[in-house]
Design a protein around this ligand. Structure first.
Ligand SMILES: Cc1cc2nc3c(=O)[nH]c(=O)nc-3n(C[C@H](O)[C@H](O)[C@H](O)COP(=O)(O)O)c2cc1C
Length: 354
């Protein structure tokens, strides 16, 4: 494994010194046929979701490594520091089963193989000021290559002068001003408390109020919502029904929440509100695939127009194909791309031989 991020160091250190990458960047594979996403002709169906691209320097590396749809990590309308280190720990993937969702999981030492890498990540959605991220986004855009797309992920913030819904609109408008080619709304961060219920992706009313107002503000720019994993299929269908008229894309899934302990029973991520945090990496693949499949079934059944961006649990070329076969137009890998940045290259080699 060849991590581009040093989990023993702070977020700030990684933003200043990252991405870590030694060796040559392989030449990008040119695909014979483009992947059509809205009006964009993308070289490949490979991407990286909101998160592992910590700033424009990370975007430049991963664009050159052949990930063609990149999402700039979620930004806010107000500056926010990241939670203190550790922000990432490895967890025991064998404990993340359907009957144990929401329960506890233990930390483990760094695994040797990418298929065993499941982590929890806990940042609290750190953000620069609007001026700060707009300037860095401009640099990131300048680093993109032909046949690539840069999406900007944003969200509203609780407890500031603007109301949550209005802050979503305000932040998305700032994303439009930054030159975003598409905008993703983070509705599913595990640290987010929804205005009426839990996270916004579980709330049909608030989510659709936000998408309707944001769409009115950003006009033609494609709008994507980032959803999580649903135990209740009817709720997922209702969310899609209420949001489909306003959105152009649905990205799923975000992380899955569990309580994370060290093997001797201590809270793994120190600090208030950090016992429960979001898990991602290999263990969440089945949950991501079933969600993508359900969204695709509903999209086809109801003739919705949005595109599906599949996210979650990919660690191998075969997993990328599973997401595409489940109905995703773009398959995105977060955790695995951090520890195996050559995964896009490996996928392209694998496709040439299959
Ligand atoms: C380091 C890290 C930071 C993340 N930050 C965000 C974020 O800011 N916004 C967001 O919507 N998702 C965020 N995510 C979640 C990812 O977009 C993705 O949904 C999740 O990791 C599942 O994909 P994976 O199993 O390939 O990692 C983050 C993930 C990681 C690994």
């Amino acid at each position: 494994m060849q991590p581009t991020y040093d989990i023993s160091k702070s977020t700030h250190w990684n933003q200043e010194n990252g991405p870590l990458f030694e060796g040559n960047v392989p030449k990008r594979t040119e695909y014979p046929n483009p992947t059509k996403l809205w009006n964009f002709d993308l070289n490949s169906p490979l991407g990286i979701p909101a998160g592992p691209l910590f700033n424009s320097k990370f975007i430049k590396l991963y664009a050159d490594l052949g990930y063609d749809t990149l999402v700039y990590k979620t930004v806010r309308s107000v500056e926010r520091q990241a939670h203190p280190n550790p922000n990432i720990v490895f967890v025991d993937k064998t404990k993340i089963t359907r009957d144990r969702l929401g329960e506890d999981v233990n930390t483990i030492p760094e695994p040797e193989n990418i298929e065993d890498v499941t982590i929890t990540n806990s940042y609290g959605v750190n953000s620069l000021t609007i001026e700060g991220w707009q300037a860095d986004f401009a640099k990131a855009k300048a680093g993109m290559n032909e046949g690539q797309l840069l999406i900007l992920s944003c969200m509203g913030t609780h407890g500031i002068d603007r109301e949550l819904v209005e802050d979503y609109v305000y932040t998305a408008s700032a994303a439009k001003d930054a030159g975003a080619q598409a905008i993703e709304l983070n509705f599913s961060c595990p640290n987010l408390k929804g205005a009426k219920t839990g996270a916004i992706y579980m709330d049909p009313e608030i989510s659709s109020e936000i998408t309707q107002k944001v769409k009115a503000a950003i006009g033609d720019i494609p709008l994507i919502i980032k959803l999580g994993h649903y135990e209740d299929r009817n709720l997922l269908n209702e969310i899609l029904r209420k949001n489909a008229p306003h959105v152009d894309g649905v990205a799923a899934i975000n992380t899955i929440k569990m309580k994370v302990y060290t093997p001797d029973g201590q809270q793994a991520l120190p600090g208030e509100g950090r016992l429960t945090s979001g898990l991602c990496g290999s263990a969440i693949l089945p949950f991501a695939l079933e969600t993508v499949q359900k969204i695709a079934e509903e999209k086809n059944g109801q003739s919705y127009n949005f595109e599906i961006l599949g996210v979650g649990g990919i660690t191998s070329p075969e997993d990328i194909d599973k997401h595409l076969e489940a109905g995703a137009k773009i398959a995105m890998t977060g955790t695995a791309a951090m520890w195996d940045p050559l995964l896009a290259y490996k996928y392209n080699q694998y496709k040439l031989n299959h």
